[in-house]
Write a protein that binds this ligand. Structure first.
Ligand code: SF4
Ligand code: SF4
Length: 195
């Protein structure tokens, strides 16, 4: 979580940001900064903006800062914040909307995270489960190959312990999730979202 002070007199703001967020941006104006969302969030410790900070920045129109943050990409869509928010704000649904906006803008943080999601779902769809070695190789090829070198030590340790194997044994789940993925694609198309 950030402790950085933002000077609102100099930073660029767009006060229409909150209203452009669905399902209903007006609801976000109700936030009273109680912090229940942050206290409920299992991923808040790893986020650069806590959920409470993020919603305040949305209210203030700090669009660039919010969409450039990695916080939304660490959200696991667990709905804890949404069900506990005393103001009844659909927070989790709004995080999904933030992701869509960030993807459209092609900001660096969203490109990397979108690459992670895409490769993860492709691997799971193909094999019916995660195949770690293939996932790691494809993720770093799709995003930042040099960054992969930072994880070489961890990969080697996993390999030595037999947790990651270069050979690809048949897993038995091939193609079994196709219908599920096709249904999700249909729903996304109907809602005008998705890849
Ligand atoms: S729980 Fe709701 S009201 Fe409280 S800080 Fe979070 S968004 Fe605002
Ligand atoms: S839905 Fe996302 S932001 Fe909300 S508590 Fe869960 S992980 Fe945190």
């Amino acid at each position: 979580m950030t402790s950085e002070i933002i000077d609102l007199t100099t930073v660029k703001r767009d006060t229409t940001f909150v209203d452009r967020l669905s399902p209903d941006g007006r609801l976000l104006r109700r936030c009273i900064q109680c912090g229940t969302c942050t206290a409920s969030c299992p991923a808040a410790h790893a986020m650069d903006l806590s959920p409470r900070q993020m919603w305040r920045m949305v209210q203030l129109g700090l669009e660039e800062e919010v969409l450039s943050s990695k916080a939304m990409w660490l959200c696991s869509l667990c709905y804890q914040c949404q069900v506990r928010c005393p103001r009844g704000i659909p927070l989790t649904d709004t995080i999904t909307r933030l992701k869509e906006m960030a993807l459209k803008r092609q900001l660096a943080a969203s490109r990397e995270s979108a690459g992670f999601y895409r490769v993860f779902t492709d691997v799971v769809r193909r094999y019916g489960r995660m195949r770690e070695m293939e996932f790691m190789v494809r993720y770093f090829l799709a995003t930042n190959l040099l960054n992969g070198l930072n994880y070489a030590g961890m990969g080697l340790a996993l390999f030595i312990r037999g947790k990651a194997r270069p050979e690809f044994p048949k897993l038995g789940g091939e193609g079994r999730l196709d219908k599920l993925f096709e249904r999700v694609a249909e729903l996304e198309k109907a809602q005008g979202v998705g890849r």
